[in-house]
Design a protein around this ligand. Sequence first.
Ligand code: ACO
Length: 335
Amino acid sequence: MTNSCHICGLGSYVPPKILTNRDLEKLVDTSDEWIMSRTGIRQRHILDSGVNASDAALVAARAALTDAGVSAGELTHIFVATCSPDYFCPSTACLVAGRLGLSARSEGHGAHVMCMDFNAACSGFLYGLELARSALSLRPDAVVLLIGAEALSRRIDFSDRSTCVLFGDGAGAVVLRGAGTGCLWRVRDSVCCADGSMHDLIVMGGGSAMEVKKGDALPDDFFLAMQGREVFRQAVRSMTAESLAMLERHGMQVSDIDLFIAHQANLRIIEAVGSRLGIAEDKVFINVQDYANTSAATLPLALDDARSQGRLKPGMKVLLATFGGGITWGAALLG
Ligand code: ACO
């Protein structure tokens, strides 16, 4: 594969409504102390009723397009990584495209754009980087909008304390294109992995395996269920192994990395991976305390936050690692 895939714009969005640990204490038998000590999460942002994943995606997308100096009409691909799309059909990507004004009905025929959603759960954004690299190797003039967007609060059982404290809503987006001016980071490499034999570790129903008929009550397995301890173990193991393999493939040491961003699911997981890699603490970016686990949105949200905080500058060497349902995982190298 030719390797000319660059992030040239970045944007993110979280809804204004905040659900704190104290708010959750009123819903389930939990405590701020338990949540902070086991997960590092202080609060999460929750979409208001009537506002969906596509709305969050659109705001993040517009910010990324502005940042890249790219007009919506230049886009050739819109990929949305999500496990909580507005609908099974139409795709969230099509909804975003429509609201960006890409319509065959409009003058100038702005609809030559490939739109699709895909689901790699929390690993979605990193899988999307690989998709963008593929699109750009097939078509070097492609302009790809990759969005990670989730409305996980719609698929969480707020009476289940083992999951409801862990997740939040949000979106992040990047614009990717071949080499040129205005590029922030080159996507030097990405690797995506999966082990379907562990599919039962994280399950969110609602697909055709759920045999419901009109009028039935919503079954429990509509909501996300997780085997937390095993997920924790696998997340630490696989993100560490793939990060080290990525560095080795490029003849790099951990000390060559300017910033390490892991999937933001749990502070203890991030710290465990960081310490196994032996990376300096100040090079590990963490924002899980503010957003909780926004699944496919955590990595672009973290990239955008890190840049806003001045911790991420164009051209820096960034190591990304991710883990999610499927199970899926992977790593990527930027810079
Ligand atoms: N408040 C208080 N007590 C709780 C809560 C809560 N919110 N949740 C669980 N507990 C209790 C349990 O009932 C259990 O009690 P018991 O000992 O009396 O049975 C006790 O706390 C310990 O439970 P564990 O599940 O063993 O707690 P653990 O320390 O493993 O932390 C957690 C649980 C936070 C879920 C952790 O396992 C974790 O973060 N796992 C990984 C999650 C993750 O990374 N997900 C990413 C992928 S998600 C995706 O792809 C969509």
